[in-house]
Design a protein around this ligand. Structure first.
Ligand SMILES: [Zn+2]
Length: 319
């Protein structure tokens, strides 16, 4: 037996899933068919109308790569949404100076939000790669303020319990988001907010994504929005896969008298197809396991029914 597979299928008795290039020593997408994984399918109506989604990412390329399809789907199904970017993205991407890198990524992030259908951006601008030096309390307080101000119902962000995540920007942001979600509902947390007109408001639903292994309990069908997800990724010019990678690969192969049919016959098609079929290949691989075309995996935490209500429902008898 493949030892890594053994680990993947026995820890927590559940479903573990790898994602992305961050943890290459762990087999990716080790998901077994299991009744505990809920498949969230496309909704024809708008069941989420009136609800507010906060899509949260440390860097401009996180959501587009790992959860862009689900954000697009939820917005299509009625959510209104905001984008919170926690870092200033100063360490990654194009630019002659660090200042230019920050500006280029900031512009890309605006375009990412627009293409995702998110109406407002909160840029927190903490320094890239330095989140283990950020005060968790300060970041948490800023998030609580935004959750109360915007009356956020649902967040989508990195999994604070994802394994083998090496980037402190990812795991510190995720931990602060998780704590802020419930503390935002507390009447003694940051009471000065209430003097300013805000009210306690807890976040009730969470979609957590990860680059490495995580406990997956929800697979979201993104087949209907995959082409839009490609376009969201193309907005990341500074550090994402928006460039000419597809065209370059096509030219390289041609010089060796080879061709990938999937890349088509022109550079523009090659660039799009490169993202759809190579950069986002894991979305197709996961989809195939669940009878879908393209899918994204999450650890989902939903609203909890109060324990007393459940107890009454299960045990009360007519008198
Ligand atoms: Zn990132």
């Amino acid at each position: 037996m493949d030892r890594r597979r053994f680990i993947g299928q026995t820890i927590a008795g559940g479903i573990w899933l790898g994602r992305g290039a961050a943890a290459p020593q762990i087999p990716l997408r080790e998901i077994a068919q299991d009744a505990s994984v809920f498949i969230e399918r496309e909704e024809p109506a708008q069941p989420h109308k009136g609800k507010v989604l906060a899509a949260i990412q440390p860097h401009s390329d996180d959501l587009p790569l790992f959860a862009g399809g689900t954000v697009l789907k939820l917005i299509k199904e009625g959510y209104s949404g905001i984008l919170i970017r926690t870092s200033n993205d100063e360490m990654a991407g194009r630019g002659a100076t660090m200042g230019e890198v920050v500006l280029n990524n900031e512009k890309d992030n605006f375009e990412v939000a627009r293409r995702l259908g998110l109406k407002k951006i909160f840029d927190l601008h903490y320094r890239n790669h330095e989140f283990d030096a950020v005060s968790p309390g300060e970041l948490r307080h800023r998030l609580i303020f935004i959750f109360r101000l915007m009356k956020v119902d649902t967040v989508i962000c990195y999994d604070p319990w994802g394994h083998y995540e090496e980037n402190p920007d990812h795991y510190v942001s995720a931990q602060c988001v998780e704590a802020a979600c419930w503390m935002a509902g507390g009447r003694w947390d940051l009471p000065e907010h209430f003097e300013a007109g805000l009210e306690p408001h807890a976040v009730k639903e969470k979609y957590y994504f990860a680059r490495g292994p995580q406990l997956v309990n929800r697979v979201v069908d993104i087949s209907a929005v995959i082409d839009q997800k490609v376009e969201v990724n193309r907005a990341n010019v500074a550090q994402g896969p928006a460039g000419e990678e597809g065209a370059r690969l096509r030219a390289q192969l041609a010089s060796k008298k080879l061709r990938l049919p999937i890349l088509g016959n022109d550079d523009e098609t090659a660039n799009r197809q490169y993202i759809k079929h190579i950069v986002l290949k894991e979305d197709a691989d996961l989809g195939r396991k669940y009878g879908l075309q393209f899918a994204e995996p999450f650890h989902y935490i939903g609203p909890k029914e109060p324990m007393l209500d459940t107890y009454i429902k299960e045990n009360a008898v007519p008198v």
